[in-house]
Write a protein that binds this ligand. Structure first.
Ligand code: MG
Length: 291
């Protein structure tokens, strides 16, 4: 299923994006959140049956106001810092240092209140930061929580995946030592446009992430270029630490971020950032807005 959350006549509902990626099936008695589907197996299987039988009415996706797939997450959003070799290398180059060897995933978190929709404006927060930057990432939504999850069974805990932009204030990221503040400005996690459920992902390694700013390609890589794959990330993160249904893991960004360009380039008011992932995951398209 490709589950999209949208607003219609002042109410939110979850529908299914059909194969053409342009039509939404609106089911009868729809859930208002994807969280509701995670909480109720009955509701999830009713939804699946309705989609399989094509029961409901259809609307063009372009006519809908698409909302963020999730309102918030049970914990902070879990993130992975250095998970693509070329991104590790470009970061080291900016510090004129040798690229470190990454033996274990670098975990950090972002406030769960940062989530915004796939068409919402990203605030520039000019009074707070002069170095707002982008990071396209594959986001993994857990359907089932757990602790000490083994890599072999990690996929059983995944509900689905979507596109994310881990928007980062680079000056704050450095100034405060710990990354939390620079990663947690309001509106710094555009997410969506829909959740592709695990059964529809296919070969996850072959998915290609890309990011354009004002039509210029800045980032492009395949998921298989990750240093630590998704099962390893879930296993390491859940070691001795309970993860919950509804938790979200951002799996790291490839090279091409603004701060590592020569000279560094940061986001400006009016810029349009488009993050996309192949395989039917779609794209999120956000304007940078003075705030
Ligand atoms: Mg990131």
């Amino acid at each position: 299923m490709k589950l999209v959350r949208f607003e219609r006549e002042g109410r939110f509902e979850v529908g299914a994006v059909l194969e053409d990626l342009a039509t939404v099936l609106c089911v009868e008695d729809p859930p208002s959140t994807i969280e509701a589907l995670l909480e109720s197996e009955g509701q999830a299987s009713r939804m699946r049956a309705a989609i399989e039988k094509g029961r409901g009415s259809t609307l063009p996706l372009a006519a809908l106001t698409i909302a963020a797939p999730l309102r918030r997450t049970p914990h902070n959003v879990f993130c992975v810092g250095l998970n693509y070799l070329e991104h590790v290398a470009e970061g080291a180059r900016t510090r004129q240092a040798a690229a470190p060897t990454i033996e274990y995933p670098v975990f950090f978190t972002k406030s769960a209140d940062t989530i915004i929709g796939p068409r919402d404006e990203i605030p520039l927060w000019t009074k707070v930061t002069q170095a707002l930057d982008y990071e396209v990432e594959l986001a993994v939504l857990l359907g089932r929580g757990g602790r000490d999850i083994s890599p072999d069974t990690a996929w059983d805990h995944v509900f689905g995946v979507c596109v994310a932009n881990d928007v980062t204030a680079r000056d704050l990221q450095r100034r405060h030592g710990q990354w939390f503040k620079g990663k947690s400005l309001d509106g710094s996690l555009p997410l969506g446009p829909w959740i592709v459920t695990r059964d529809e992902i296919g070969d996850v390694g072959s998915l290609v992430l890309s990011l354009h700013v004002n039509g210029e390609l800045r980032q492009r890589a395949a998921v298989r270029d990750m240093i630590f794959d998704i099962p390893r990330l879930i296993a390491e993160l859940s070691n001795g630490m309970t993860l919950a249904s509804g938790d979200l893991i951002l799996t790291g960004t490839p090279s091409g971020v603004g701060f590592a360009r020569t000279p560094p380039v940061f986001l400006q008011a009016g810029d349009e950032v488009v993050c996309a992932i192949s395989g039917g995951l779609g794209e999120i398209r956000n304007l940078i807005a003075e705030r």
